[in-house]
Structure formats: structure tokens, C-alpha cells
Design a protein around this ligand. Structure first.
Ligand code: HEC
Ligand code: HEC
Ligand code: HEC
Ligand code: HEC
Length: 448
């Protein structure tokens, strides 16, 4: 019989993840920042992000490991290559080896607490409105937020206050240097090996750094290597909208001097390199183009019978149950999409059991089927939510010149695509779901 994926670890992990040592030497938070901290706690940002306050105790402690998407995954993956540790865990968790096989997502994320040491608060504010893939090698995305504009303002006031940044000040710009200077900066950027981790929008940085190079690089990172810095390297195309010049130069010279939590290793540079690279990053002409079309793929119907067990093993049990659990098997917590969490109230949608799937979700106080269309002419809601994630993913390849909320590429928090924060499903998986529903959504062969 299939073993529901999350049952064991959730019940058996009462471990608390302690907050780091703190020195309370910073000024008290103002009222807006205090409200912002409360919003962060309520929306559970600390289940994914660290929120460290350097030299102070006003950060938000990490969520309990039994709740923490990143800490729990890292804890499990951290036993990779350690046969003794694996043997110990197998005694409590018979499926430990499968966990090691299966977990790939939510393993590394930026620290929000130190972010405004480098990144301008105005950018953070715009990002909260329309999050997009800043980190092109990272498969997980920032989730859309169900927060009001005032709540987002408060969150940014808090993140700025942790580092004494001014949330209201505009980002200072610098006059463009001569084109030859920008080109020289680009040559140094390439010569120092920066493109091994970073892309700069659609700029060609030499024949060596093509799509195949980055694909091979991602493959070369062992799945259990949760510390590999390459995967969280941002696209530096956004630097000009994120980082003031003086901070940028200091960061390039010594990342940890700006942000002690930074995941970027210090690079070997020569005097003057950082200045030249900053000129390149701030002023290189960007390759602009239209936003990529927001398209969902064609999903063919399969010419064979598809069972519930297949759909469960390939889709529901593999990906969806982690946020749509059966509450009774998880101490009452059904996950963000069921009993609520991550700032969502939850829609009472249980995808861990066939009965739950058939019951559907609760919206506006009424039960609705997810196996039927939400509106006439649309695909069944379950499939439609999966196709919506494909349409959202257009934002991931943005090479357009301005980060402009009006582009509309950020996911719509009122109707987020599924799976939330994860890459869209492949056509093979979508075909299974579509065909199974078209065949009348038959139940499991053996009752579960
Ligand atoms: C389910 C996990 C998850 C939760 C919960 C979450 N985030 Fe994120 N967040 C991400 C991921 C993944 C990224 C990285 C996206 C990228 O850079 O491509 C990210 C990135 C960000 C960034 C951009 C960082 C940068 O470098 O500029 C900000 C700001 C942010 N999150 C704020 C928040 C806030 C505020 C909350 C709570 C209201 C929150 N996040 C909750 C997953 C999460
Ligand atoms: C108590 C530990 C624990 C916590 C907390 C946890 N997970 Fe997991 N997660 C696991 C285990 C174990 C697996 C592998 C399950 C399996 O093999 O059946 C997994 C697998 C996954 C998968 C499928 C594999 C992958 O990497 O894509 C997703 C998606 C996922 N978790 C999302 C989340 C999200 C989102 C959160 C936070 C809301 C979370 N998890 C919190 C233990 C945890
Ligand atoms: C081994 C991979 C790696 C290499 C090589 C590397 N970086 Fe980074 N870089 C990172 C990571 C990871 C981050 C994100 C740090 C964080 O979130 O704290 C980063 C962040 C940055 C940022 C901040 C970007 C932003 O939008 O927040 C700049 C600027 C930067 N790197 C410049 C450079 C330059 C210039 C070089 C070459 C001298 C370089 N990097 C080489 C991994 C790398
Ligand atoms: C990281 C957590 C997470 C994962 C993983 C996830 N969901 Fe959801 N899901 C949610 C949340 C939160 C909501 C509620 C959104 C809302 O309140 O409108 C939701 C809502 C839904 C809805 C209702 C959508 C609508 O438009 O009414 C469907 C259907 C759904 N999820 C299906 C899935 C399927 C299928 C998967 C797996 C492929 C999946 N979800 C994976 C968190 C998640």
C-alpha cells in the first residue's frame, strides 16, 4: 500500500531550530516596522526564509523544523553520503532512502533579514507586488502573497529597519561612463569567471556561457549539496534597480563585509576590478525584447486507461500532498492549500486521499468540485490550476528592460497557479491528469 508522504516526519520532528545568538544593541523598531514583523510571522515567511538581525535580536526566529520547508529538507539531505547517519534515521523512518531520492526543492533561499544591507527597499517592495525568478538557476519561485499594500509597506519598513536602511529614499543613480569603459568592465567580469554563476539578462558573455553550459553546471551540483552557491546566484541584469553603486563595489570586493549571511564566495580580484565591473553591471545596454508569451502547452489525451494510482504516484502524492494533506494523518495540519498556511487561508482541498479529491474545495462557504470546470468552457479546475502555473512561468524568462509591475507577469495571488512555488508540471504528468478526469476520475483499485 502506498505510504502517505509526509506522515512520519511531521509527527516525529519536535525539534526546535534555535535562533542565533543576539546582541540587542540596535534602536527599537518603529510602529510600521513592528507591524511588518507581525505580518511576517502571520504569513509564515520564516518557514522558507531566515530573517536574521545582525547585531540585534529583532529578527524573526526560524519556524520549528517540523514546519520549516527548507530546514527539514536540508536536514534530510544533509545525511547524504553519511551511511552511519542514514542507518540511524532508517530505524525511525523506514522510507529515509526514498526521501533522499525525492527531495530536490526548497533547499536554499536568501536571508530576508540582511537583504536590505545590499538591496534597495524600493526594489523589495516592487518584488512583493509581482515576484518573479530573480535566480534563474533556482527551480523554486517566490510564492505570490495575499497581503494588502499597507501590509507590504510595513514588511518593507521592517526589513529596512533591521539594517538602518531608508525605505523611502530613491535609489541613487550614477552618470553613464564612456562605452569603452563599460566594455572593459565586461571583459573583466568574464575574465574573473563571474559568468560561471551569473547571467546578465540576455547578454552574450562569450561562447562558453550558453544554455548548455548552465544546464551542465546545474547537473554537476550533487542533489544533496545544499550549500552550492551557484544555484542561488541572481541574474545581475537587475543590479541597476537593486543596488546603489558604492554598496555594489563593496559587495563585489567582499560580499560578507556587506552581508555576513551572503552565499556568494569572495572572489579573487585585482585592484580596480570591482569599480570596472560595477560600471559594466550598472550601464551595459540590455538586450530588450517583448515579454515572453504566457502560454500553456497542448496536452494530448492518452489513448489508454489511466488509473488513480498512477495519477497519485506521479502527481498528487509526489508533489501536491505536501501542501494539500489529509489533516487527520498530520496532527490536524492539512497544509497551506487545505487548512491554511504561508499567508493563505486554505481551501479545504485534501489531495492525499481519493475521498478528499472527490470532495473538492471550499470557496465562499460552498463545496466545489475540482474535477469540473470552474467556468463553462474551461478545463476541469484541477487541470486549469496546473495550466495556470505554465502561464505564470512566462515571467521566468524576462529579459525586458524594466522591472515594471504593469507587465503583469507576476503570479496573481488571487488565483495562483499550481503547484505553488514549484516548476510547472511536464506534459506527461498533465496528460495523466487530463485523461484520468476525462475517463470519469475512477477511484483506486484497492481502497485507501
Ligand atoms: C514557500 C517558500 C517561501 C515563502 C513562505 C516565502 N518565500 Fe520569499 N522567496 C521564496 C523563493 C524560492 C525565493 C527566491 C526566488 C528567486 O530569487 O528566484 C524568494 C525570494 C524572496 C525575496 C527576494 C529576495 C531578493 O534577493 O531580492 C523576497 C523579498 C521575499 N522572498 C520575501 C518574502 C516574504 C516577505 C515572505 C512572507 C510574507 C516570503 N518571502 C515567503 C520562497 C518563499
Ligand atoms: C518535517 C520535515 C518536512 C517539512 C517541514 C517539509 N517537508 Fe517537504 N518533504 C519532506 C519529505 C520527507 C519529503 C519526501 C517525501 C517522499 O519521499 O515521499 C518531502 C518532499 C517534498 C516535495 C516533493 C519533492 C520535491 O523536492 O519537490 C515538495 C514539493 C515539498 N516537500 C514541499 C514542502 C513545502 C512547500 C514545505 C513547507 C510548507 C515542506 N515541504 C516542509 C519533509 C518535509
Ligand atoms: C560560485 C558562484 C558565484 C560566483 C563565481 C560569483 N558569484 Fe556573485 N553571487 C553568488 C550568489 C550565490 C549570490 C547571492 C548572494 C546572496 O543572496 O547573498 C551572488 C550575488 C551577487 C551580486 C548581488 C546581486 C543581487 O542582485 O543581489 C553581485 C553584484 C554579484 N554576485 C557579483 C559577482 C561578480 C562581479 C562576480 C565575479 C567577480 C561574482 N559575483 C561571482 C554566486 C557567485
Ligand atoms: C507550496 C504549497 C502548495 C503546493 C505544493 C500545491 N498547492 Fe495547491 N494550493 C495551495 C494554496 C495555498 C492554495 C489556496 C490558494 C487560494 O487560497 O486561492 C491552493 C489551491 C489549489 C487549488 C484551487 C485553485 C483555484 O483556482 O481555486 C487547486 C485545484 C490546487 N491547489 C491543486 C494543486 C495540485 C494539483 C498540486 C500539485 C500539482 C498543488 N495544488 C500543489 C498550495 C499548494
Amino acid at each position: 500500500m502506498h505510504r502517505p508522504a509526509r506522515r512520519l516526519p511531521l509527527v516525529l520532528l519536535p525539534l526546535l531550530f534555535a535562533a542565533g545568538p543576539a546582541r540587542a544593541d540596535a534602536a527599537p523598531l518603529g510602529p510600521a516596522a513592528e507591524r511588518g514583523r507581525a505580518v511576517i510571522e502571520r504569513a509564515q515567511c520564516n518557514r522558507c526564509h531566515a530573517i536574521t538581525h545582525v547585531n540585534g535580536d529583532r529578527g524573526v526566529p526560524a519556524a520549528d523544523r517540523a514546519m520549516h520547508c527548507v530546514d527539514c529538507h536540508r536536514w534530510i539531505l544533509g545525511t547524504k553520503g553519511d551511511p552511519a547517519a542514514i542507518a540511524r534515521q532508517r530505524a525511525d523512518f523506514p522510507d529515509w532512502d526514498r526521501y533522499l531520492e525525492n527531495i530536490v526543492h526548497f533547499t536554499r533561499l536568501p536571508d530576508l533579514g540582511t537583504l536590505t544591507r545590499r538591496v534597495h527597499p524600493g526594489f523589495v517592495r516592487r518584488f512583493l507586488d509581482a515576484p518573479f525568478d530573480l535566480r534563474p538557476h533556482l527551480e523554486t519561485s517566490m510564492i505570490p502573497l495575499r497581503l494588502t499594500a499597507a501590509e507590504k509597506d510595513d514588511v518593507v519598513a521592517y526589513l529596512a529597519a533591521l539594517n538602518g536602511a531608508d525605505a523611502g529614499a530613491p535609489l541613487a543613480t550614477t552618470p553613464a561612463p564612456p562605452p569603452a569603459r563599460v566594455e572593459a568592465g565586461q571583459a573583466i567580469f568574464v575574465a574573473r569567471g563571474c559568468p560561471t554563476c551569473h547571467r546578465v539578462g540576455g547578454l552574450a558573455l562569450g561562447a562558453a556561457f550558453d544554455a548548455a553550459f548552465y544546464a551542465a553546471m546545474k547537473k554537476a551540483v550533487p542533489p544533496g549539496d545544499v550549500a552550492a552557491p551557484v544555484l542561488t546566484a541572481p541574474d545581475l541584469r537587475w543590479v541597476r534597480e537593486r543596488i546603489p553603486r558604492a554598496t555594489l563595489v563593496r559587495f563585489i570586493e567582499h560580499p560578507q563585509a556587506v552581508d555576513p549571511q551572503s552565499a556568494m564566495p569572495k572572489q579573487a580580484l585585482r585592484p580596480g576590478d570591482a569599480e570596472a565591473i560595477a560600471d559594466f553591471l550598472l550601464h551595459a545596454p540590455l538586450k530588450t525584447g517583448p515579454a515572453p508569451p504566457a502560454r500553456a502547452p497542448d496536452v494530448p489525451l492518452l489513448a489508454r486507461k489511466v488509473t488513480y494510482d498512477e495519477v497519485f504516484d506521479e502527481v498528487l502524492g509526489k508533489i501536491c500532498v505536501h501542501c494539500h494533506m489529509h489533516p487527520e494523518s498530520n496532527n490536524g495540519d492539512g497544509g497551506a492549500g487545505n487548512t491554511g498556511g504561508l499567508g493563505f487561508a486554505g481551501l479545504k482541498l485534501d489531495l492525499e486521499t481519493y475521498a478528499g479529491l472527490k470532495r473538492g474545495l471550499v470557496r465562499d462557504g460552498a463545496r466545489r468540485s475540482v474535477l469540473e470546470p470552474a467556468a463553462p468552457g474551461e478545463p476541469p479546475l484541477l487541470l486549469e490550476a496546473l495550466l495556470r502555473r505554465h502561464r505564470e512561468a512566462g515571467r521566468d524568462q524576462r529579459t525586458v528592460d524594466r522591472l515594471d509591475g504593469a507587465l503583469g507577469h507576476g503570479p496573481d495571488a488571487s488565483r495562483p497557479g499550481m503547484p505553488l512555488g514549484l516548476p510547472p508540471l511536464g506534459v506527461g504528468q498533465l496528460s495523466l491528469v487530463k485523461t484520468w478526469i476525462a475517463q470519469g476520475a475512477p477511484g483506486p483499485i484497492a481502497p485507501r
